[in-house]
Design a protein around this ligand. Structure first.
Ligand SMILES: [Zn+2]
Length: 177
């Protein structure tokens, strides 16, 4: 099994976690991947793909409704994350993080089951409306959105320059943490 760090089994499927546990799992994953802020979603996808042994392909598309902000499409040997091509960079990052949390938490079957996850809200009568979900309607959507918010926050953090008394007495000697 692939260990994503953080202890326990973060890949347990169909088991809801609370905010504390979600934070612990995601933080453990970042540590396990040696990812430090600032980072972007593409780097996280790269490391996650390596750990899972499955390609994650990020694809920009004109999605069927403005209310659909992202799709996760598991295929036989890879997973597609589709985001709206018109999405601005910060929103795009958040969308990708959201779909990544669905993957990490094993919210969909992979390996060619053909289960498609559309995230957002579709108006009645729109193609795909049978998959309609409103954020927070479902615990999986809650986990994905809460997790995406945590990853977005962490991704923007800046490394802090730490100066100690010892360092101050020796010009040029400092380290980043
Ligand atoms: Zn979702």
């Amino acid at each position: 099994m692939v260990c994503l760090g953080g202890g326990g089994d973060p890949l347990d499927r169909e088991k809801q976690v609370d905010e504390y546990e979600l934070r612990r799992v995601l933080h453990g994953m970042l540590e396990g991947f040696d990812i430090r802020p600032p980072f972007d979603a593409a780097v996280l996808c790269e490391r996650l793909a390596w750990a899972r042994g499955r390609e994650i392909r990020l694809i920009a598309r004109d999605l069927p409704s403005p209310a659909v902000f992202g799709c996760l499409v598991p295929m036989l040997t890879k997973d597609l994350i589709i985001y709206p091509e018109q999405a601005a960079q910060p929103h795009r990052q958040h969308i990708i993080f959201h779909e990544v949390v669905h993957l990490i938490r094993r919210h969909v079957s992979t390996g060619g089951a053909g289960e498609l996850l559309m995230c957002g809200q579709l108006p009645d009568g729109c193609a795909g409306a049978e998959h309609r979900q409103t954020l927070y309607d479902h615990w999986k959507e809650w986990e994905a959105e809460a997790g995406a918010t945590m990853l977005t926050e962490w991704s923007k953090k800046r490394s802090r320059l730490i100066l100690t008394r010892n360092h101050l007495s020796r010009p040029g000697n400092f380290h980043l943490r």
